[in-house]
Design a protein around this ligand. Structure first.
Ligand code: GLN
Length: 533
C-alpha cells in the first residue's frame, strides 16, 4: 500500500474507493485482501455494512440490537493500530446470534425472560473473534432460546428472508442468516442444535456449518440442549466458513465437552473431487422432498461426478426415528436448562409476587413464549419418574442406533449428501399453528446433531426463485474433508449470493410488532476493548 494512503487511514481520513464494493457479494476473503492492500480501511468497510443496514433493515429485521457506535469506533481503532492488530480477522465486521453472551451488551436470546440481561462475561467463541479484532455490528434475531425453524418464535420481531420478504429466513439462526444474505453483515455466528445453522443458511442462499460436537466451546452459549448445541459460521463462501471456523475452534477448559480438533482447520483450495465417495441415503429422499429441491439436488450429485467423485446410494435405516428421538432429548435437556430462569437471579421478574410460588409461576408464565413452554412441558413429562425409561431412556437408545448407522455408512463412503431441507423458504405464518409441520423442517439436519457429526450446507441453485441448500455430512473431526469438498463443489455451482428482495414483508400488525411484544433493547454503545482488557 502506498504510505500516504496508510497514513490517511491511520488518521481516519482515508477516502474510500467504495465503488464496486457490493455487500451482497463481497466475501470476507476479498474484504481482507482489500484491507491488507490498503484499498479500503476497516472504518470504510464497516460503513458499507452500516449503510446497508440503514437501507434494508426495516424490511429484513435481522438484528435485535445494533451496536453501530461501537462498530464505527472500533473499526477506526483497528485502522489506527493496524500494526498491532494485524490478525487474519482484524477489521472485518461480524454479526452475532443473540444467544451468545457478550459482556456489556444486552443478550436477550429473543426472550422476554432476558429482555434486560446484561452479561458479565463473554462466550468463548465470541471472545476469540473479538480478540482477533473483528468488528461487531450487533446481535441477531432468533427463535426464542433457539427453539424453532423460522425465527417466528422470537419475542421481539419476525425476520424476513431477503430473497422473498413474505417468506421466513429459516431458524433458529434466521437473523444471522438473513443479515449475511441481505449484505447487513460480512459474516455471522449462529448455533445449531438440530439444524439451526444449516437450515437458515439453505433458505437464505448462504453457507452454514455445524462443526463436530465439542470442536467449538459452548461456554457462554445460552444452553438449549447441551448434548446437541454447537456454535458455527454463517458465511457467503466456503473459504470464509473455514477462515471463521479456524478462529472458533479450540479446547476450552470452561466447557467440559470441548475437544481439540486432531488437525488445524485448513483454508480450502480443492477444485476437484477425484476419488471422493459420496453416499446418498435413500431414507433422506423419502421424506417429502419437493420437486424443485430434488432437481437441484440431483444436478449437484451430477456435478460431484463431473468433478471426479462417485455418488452411491446408501441406507441409514434408523433415520425415521431421529426426529421423534430429538423431540424427546432436546426438550428434556431444555426443561432442565431453563429451570434457572426463575425471576430470582436475573432476567424478567413478574410484578408484585405474593409469595415464592407466585413469583416462579408468573415469572415463567409471562416471561416464556408458547413454543418454549411447549418444550418445557414435553421435557418435564419425559423426564418424570415412571416415564423416564419409556421416553428419555428409549430416545437415548435410538440416538445410539442413529450414530451406529453413520459409523457403518462411513466405513464405505467419505461423505454423505442430502438436501438440507425438504422445501425452500416457506411463507411467514404458514407453519406457526402446526408445530409438527415446523419440526419437519429439520428432518435432514437433526440426525447429524444426534450423532455429533460435522455437517454443512451450501447453496446449490434456485427453485421458484428461492435458494436450495445442499448438505454434506462427514465423520467426526472431518472438518477439512468437508470444507475441501464443499469448496470444489461451490466453484462448480457458481451460485450468485445476491438476493432479490422480492415481495413484501408479512406483518402481524402494521409495524411488524405484536401488541404484546416487548420493545427490543435500543441501540447501545459498548467497547469490546474494555471487555477484553
Ligand atoms: N428447529 C429445531 C428445534 O426447534 C432445531 C433448533 C436449533 O437447531 N436450535 O429444536
Amino acid at each position: 500500500m502506498n504510505s500516504d494512503r496508510r497514513r490517511a487511514i491511520e488518521r481516519g481520513t482515508g477516502d474510500a474507493p467504495l465503488r464496486g464494493l457490493d455487500p451482497l457479494r463481497l466475501t470476507a476473503r476479498d474484504a481482507k485482501r482489500l484491507l491488507v492492500d490498503g484499498e479500503i480501511s476497516s472504518a470504510e468497510l464497516t460503513k458499507v455494512y452500516l449503510d446497508q443496514i440503514a437501507a434494508v433493515e426495516s424490511k429484513v429485521r435481522a438484528y435485535i440490537l445494533h451496536t453501530p457506535d461501537n462498530a464505527a469506533k472500533y473499526s477506526t481503532k483497528v485502522d489506527r493500530e493496524m500494526q498491532a492488530m494485524r490478525g487474519p480477522l482484524a477489521g472485518l465486521p461480524i454479526a452475532v446470534k443473540d444467544n451468545m453472551v457478550t459482556e456489556g451488551v444486552t443478550t436477550t436470546c429473543a426472550s422476554k425472560m432476558l429482555h434486560n440481561y446484561q452479561p458479565v462475561y463473554t462466550a468463548t467463541a465470541v471472545r476469540q473473534v473479538w480478540e482477533d479484532h473483528v468488528v461487531m455490528l450487533g446481535k441477531t434475531n432468533l427463535d426464542e432460546f433457539a427453539m424453532g425453524s423460522s425465527t417466528e418464535n422470537s419475542a421481539y420481531q419476525v425476520t424476513a428472508n431477503p430473497w422473498d420478504l413474505s417468506t421466513v429466513p429459516g431458524g433458529s439462526s434466521g437473523g444471522s442468516a438473513a443479515a449475511v444474505a441481505a449484505g447487513e453483515a460480512l459474516w455471522a455466528l449462529g448455533s445449531d442444535t438440530g439444524g439451526s445453522i444449516r437450515q437458515p443458511a439453505a433458505l437464505c442462499g448462504i453457507v452454514g456449518m455445524k462443526p463436530t460436537y465439542g470442536a467449538v466451546s459452548r461456554y457462554g452459549l445460552i444452553a438449549f440442549a447441551s448434548s446437541l448445541d454447537q456454535i458455527g459460521p454463517l458465511t457467503r463462501s466456503v473459504y470464509d466458513c473455514a477462515l471463521l471456523l479456524q478462529h472458533l475452534v479450540g479446547h476450552d477448559p470452561r466447557d467440559a465437552t470441548s475437544v481439540e480438533l486432531p488437525e488445524p482447520v485448513a483454508l480450502p483450495t480443492a477444485e476437484r473431487l477425484d476419488g471422493l465417495r459420496v453416499g446418498v441415503p435413500s431414507e433422506y429422499l423419502a421424506v417429502g422432498i419437493e420437486p424443485g429441491v430434488r432437481a437441484r439436488f440431483d444436478e449437484t450429485l451430477a456435478r460431484i461426478e463431473e468433478l471426479g467423485g462417485a455418488c452411491v446410494e446408501i441406507s441409514l435405516p434408523h433415520t425415521e426415528y431421529a426426529l421423534p428421538a430429538y423431540y424427546i432429548i432436546a426438550p428434556a435437556e431444555a426443561s432442565a436448562n431453563l429451570a434457572r430462569f426463575d425471576g430470582v437471579r436475573y432476567g424478567y421478574r413478574c410484578a408484585d409476587p405474593v409469595d415464592l410460588l407466585d413469583l416462579y409461576e408468573r415469572t415463567r408464565g409471562e416471561g416464556f413464549g408458547p413454543e418454549v413452554k411447549r418444550r418445557i412441558m414435553i421435557g418435564t413429562y419425559a423426564l418424570s419418574a415412571g416415564y423416564y425409561d419409556a421416553y428419555y431412556g428409549r430416545a437415548q437408545k435410538v440416538r445410539t442406533l442413529v450414530r451406529r448407522d453413520f459409523d457403518e455408512a462411513f466405513a464405505g463412503v467419505d461423505l454423505i449428501a442430502s438436501p438440507t431441507t425438504p422445501t425452500v423458504a416457506f411463507k411467514a405464518g404458514s407453519r406457526t399453528s402446526d408445530p409438527l409441520a415446523m419440526y419437519m423442517s429439520d428432518i435432514c439436519t437433526i440426525p447429524a446433531n444426534l450423532a455429533g457429526l460435522p455437517a454443512l450446507s451450501i447453496p446449490c441453485g434456485l427453485s421458484d426463485g428461492l435458494p436450495v441448500g445442499f448438505q454434506l455430512i462427514g465423520p467426526a473431526f472431518s472438518e477439512n474433508r468437508l470444507l475441501e469438498a464443499a469448496h470444489a463443489l461451490e466453484g462448480a455451482i457458481g451460485f450468485d449470493t445476491a438476493p432479490t428482495f422480492r415481495g413484501a414483508r408479512r406483518e402481524r400488525d402494521a409495524n411488524g410488532w405484536r401488541a404484546d411484544w416487548p420493545a427490543p433493547p435500543g441501540p447501545i454503545t459498548f467497547s469490546p476493548e474494555d471487555a477484553q482488557s
